[in-house]
Design a protein around this ligand. Structure first.
Ligand code: XUL
Ligand code: CO
Length: 444
């Protein structure tokens, strides 16, 4: 057992390394479908899925909600904030190693104690970063991304880079600068911006264009600084339509991509797509992934799911195989992740209070994506679905359709083609047949 915990204290006693036992296993602390070394289409499951653990939900948030107090007792809490940070890091690496996830993600103030003085904040953060570095070296766990929390502190109530008050924008910049320094120290694969308060509560007191210009300038400065200090990975925008703001500027993937292109940031920035953010925007998870993949801008994924009956961000662990299959089809077709991965931006329900629940929740999420990976791979390599889709677009492969695609026809040419032909025949979209086919792949 000692192999799998790092610090002085074991925080998940009685739980060892989680192994693969197969679909017949009735051990809740074993993988039923995620077999890290199993090859799917030339790569191992671990190489495809690149699972990551979110520091904030797993080791910081204790289950309070607007109506109730904390329900979770964390043995890595401590009245001394630096000791608490040390214990939390030990707990995080013990958990991640026992689970067999290869990556983790954090906000600056998840990992290190916050401070209102910038110097003290930096001192805390860099000291914790050294601890994280030695834990990474000991365990082989890697940093998928870090980010700066520019939404919890009261100073950010009117936004960070979009704040009407310049001194707050500058304060936010100090956090991004420090997080980039830490990212480079820890060999981070990506850097994330989630703009929870980069939006507005009322348009009546807001200059939308000026705020968006400021965000773009802020991103340019972050990019220039990052490149200067040797950060080579992509910066990732995480779209979300609302919550906590009434309206957020990175509403959805299409909006974020339009913004990045508008300001010439699309070479250095991509998107980090979260399922529950896409559904809040009125899309499916697969929709926002496809929008990014089509733009060559799908960087990474925050894996979770919402509740179909709720209009808010419930950040549940993913168990929906249908949604995950569709997501994995998009990811596989774009050639898989490069720097990105599947980060569980998901939290336990506040009444899931046993220590083992964190393992069980992640095991479920990893098994769901492992299943989805295998099913998506079968759907793609079998080719039936692709053939049905290709048939829908066949009329553009030759003749006048191909000439249209090649830009050889005018509007008047199209009119003449239409005039010379009978009323076009109706062509079925075959949606029901396709859904039945997907069920065959999932359950057949
Ligand atoms: C909020 C959210 C964040 C980002 C990182 O909805 O998803 O946790 O992933 O700031
Ligand atoms: Co997220």
């Amino acid at each position: 057992m000692k192999d799998y915990f790092i610090g002085e204290e074991e925080f998940f006693p009685g739980i060892g390394k989680i192994g693969y036992e197969g679909p017949k296993s009735d051990n809740p602390l074993a993988f039923k479908f995620y077999d890290p070394q199993k090859k799917v289409g030339g790569k191992t499951m671990a190489e495809h899925l690149r699972f990551s653990i979110a520091y904030w939900h797993s080791f910081c948030a204790k289950g309070s909600d607007p109506f109730g107090n904390e329900t979770m007792v964390f043995p890595w809490s401590d009245p001394d904030p630096m000791i608490a940070a040390r214990k939390k890091a030990d707990a995080a690496f013990e958990f991640t190693t026992k689970l067999g996830a290869e990556y983790y993600c954090f906000h600056d103030i998840d990992a290190a104690p916050d401070a209102s003085s910038v110097t003290e904040y930096e001192r805390n953060y860099f000291a914790v970063a050294e601890m994280l570095k030695s834990l990474q070296n000991e365990t082989g766990v890697k940093l998928l991304w870090n980010t700066s929390n520019m939404f919890s502190h009261p100073r950010y109530m009117n936004g960070a880079a979009s704040n009407p008050e310049f001194s707050i924008l500058a304060r936010a910049a100090a956090q991004v600068k420090a997080s980039l320094d830490v990212n480079v120290l820890l060999g981070g694969q990506n850097y994330v911006f989630w703009g929870g308060r980069e939006g507005y509560m009322s348009l009546l007191n807001t200059r939308m264009k000026q705020e968006q210009d400021h965000i773009a300038r802020f991103f340019m400065l972050a990019r220039d600084y990052g490149r200067k200090i040797g950060f080579t990975g992509p910066f990732l925008i995480e779209p979300k339509p609302m919550e906590p703001s009434k309206h957020q500027y990175d509403y959805d993937a299409a909006t974020a991509i339009g913004f990045l292109r508008n300001y010439g940031l699309d070479k250095d920035f991509k998107c980090n797509i979260e399922n529950n953010h896409a559904t809040l925007a009125g899309h499916t998870f697969a929709h926002d992934l496809q929008v990014c993949a089509d733009a060559g801008m799908l960087g990474s994924v925050d894996a979770n799911e919402g509740d179909a009956q709720n209009g808010w961000d419930t950040d549940e662990f993913p168990t929906n195989v249908y949604d995950s299959v569709e997501a994995m089809m998009v990811i596989l077709k774009m050639g898989g992740f490069t720097t990105g991965g599947l980060n569980f931006d998901a939290k336990l329900r506040r009444n899931s209070t046993d220590r083992e629940d964190l393992f069980i929740a992640h095991i479920g999420g990893m098994d769901t994506f492992a299943l989805a990976l295998e099913i998506a791979d079968r759907i793609i390599s079998d080719g039936k679905l692709d053939t049905m889709v290709a048939n829908r677009y066949r009329s553009y492969e030759s003749g006048k359709g191909a000439e249209f695609e090649a830009g050889k026809l005018t509007l008047a040419d199209l009119r003449d083609i239409a005039a010379s032909q009978p009323e076009p025949a109706l062509v079925s979209g075959k949606q029901e047949m396709i859904k039945n086919l997907i069920n065959q792949y999932i359950f057949g």
